[in-house]
Design a protein around this ligand. Structure first.
Ligand code: NAD
Ligand code: LMR
Length: 336
């Protein structure tokens, strides 16, 4: 098995500073929203992004005009549904980041968003499959555990599916886990978080952090905080939305990791991608260690073989939940 420390150091840096070697057009769908705006700002600040295409049902011309005054290389254009704006936004895109859809209010689960967001993600994925089938698709819209199967099934139906290019963005769970451990230890290290992106499917692997010692009580409390960190923000925002700024940071980190990998850097991230790790349990998507390359996923890595019994039990529970949410996404596409 691989050494956890090298995994940590490989993906530690949030943003690189070197200038772009390849032109990269990135489209953001849902770009005028709570995540979309700060995420677009961070992408505009990334020297590897040469073109930034902002699509939303409203307000993107203003967001694009504003970001367009920032003196970085990316050319920014805003699109709305008028004049076939979605297709124009996607034309030539190398990467499409999708934070379009409604966020939670207090008392809701991510799955409660399915009835609105499933259709949004399906229609946006249909446009991607038609216009930019080779783009890397980064799905942020919740419930990720179902929206990734939805987007994948749309691409399969269209005959253009490449499992190496569709990602559920679970980076916020890693960002949170890292921050919570920093609060405890004063050390800023990466914490692998695997499984999915909702409640008990979020599985932090504290055993993989070198030198980290937690009592059982500390481990339980930290695990709960990572699994339900989204609820903390939803509650604090009191009905006005869910995490936007930390998500923008996490999404920009994941996009930067892919862009660095496309330039030949060896990068490992954690992401909800197609794999056979739990095929025997009937699931196709599971967030795990992923080596990134120029095509997207270069290698799906298994979970470390030295998980604790506590972590193994979390995986069993998470897999059982993922079976339901994956099926729900699959059925949504195939029942229409
Ligand atoms: N993966 C994660 O870790 C993570 C973290 C935080 C939030 N989220 C999810 O991201 C989504 C967006 O959250 P937000 O806070 O930015 O919400 P928001 O309401 O502030 O923004 C969503 C944007 O999507 C746009 N939109 C709606 N339908 C669209 C369509 N068909 N095409 C294009 N744009 C469309 C809206 O106009 C809006 O501007 C939610 O589903 C939320 O649950 C995921
Ligand atoms: O909690 C939410 O609904 C948003 C997001 O998935 C998060 O983890 O913050």
């Amino acid at each position: 098995m691989f050494a956890s420390r090298s995994i940590v150091s490989l993906s530690r840096r949030a943003f690189s500073t070197s200038s772009a070697q390849n032109a990269a057009k990135v489209a953001v769908l849902g770009a005028a929203g709570g995540i979309g705006q700060p995420l677009s700002l961070l992408l505009k600040a990334n020297p590897k992004v040469t073109e930034l295409s902002l699509y939303d049902v409203v307000n993107t011309p203003g967001v694009a005009a504003d970001l367009g005054h920032i003196n970085t290389v990316a050319k920014v254009t805003g699109f709305t549904p008028e004049n076939d704006g979605l297709k124009s936004a996607l034309d030539g895109a190398d990467m499409v980041v999708i934070p379009a859809g409604v966020p939670r209010k207090p008392g809701m689960t991510r799955d409660d968003l399915f009835k609105t967001n499933a259709g949004i993600v399906r229609s946006l994925a249909e446009a991607c499959a038609e216009v930019c089938p080779k783009a890397q698709i980064l799905i942020i819209s919740n419930p990720v555990n179902s929206t990734v199967p939805i987007a994948s099934e749309v691409f399969i139906k269209a005959g253009v599916y490449d499992p190496k290019r569709i990602f559920g963005v679970t980076t916020l769970d890693c960002v949170r886990a890292s921050r919570f451990i920093y609060e405890k230890t004063g050390n800023l290290v990466d914490v692998p978080v695997v499984g999915g992106h909702a409640g008990i499917t979020i599985i932090p692997l504290f055993s993989q952090v070198e030198g980290l010692k937690l009592s059982d009580e500390e481990r339980d409390a930290l695990t709960y905080r990572v699994q339900f960190g989204g609820d903390e923000v939803v509650k604090a925002k009191a009905g006005t939305g869910s995490a936007t700024l930390s998500m923008a940071y996490a999404g920009a980190r994941f996009a930067d990791s892919l862009l660095r990998a496309s330039e030949g850097e060896d990068v490992i991230e954690w992401s909800f991608v197609r794999n056979d790790l739990y095929a025997s349990e009937g699931i196709k998507y599971f967030s795990t260690y992923v080596r990134l390359g120029s095509e997207g996923v270069k290698e799906v890595l298994p979970l470390p073989d030295n998980l604790t019994d506590y972590e193994k039990d979390l995986v069993v529970k998470g897999v059982a939940e993922l079976q339901k949410t994956e099926k729900k996404g699959f059925d949504f596409v195939h029942s229409q």
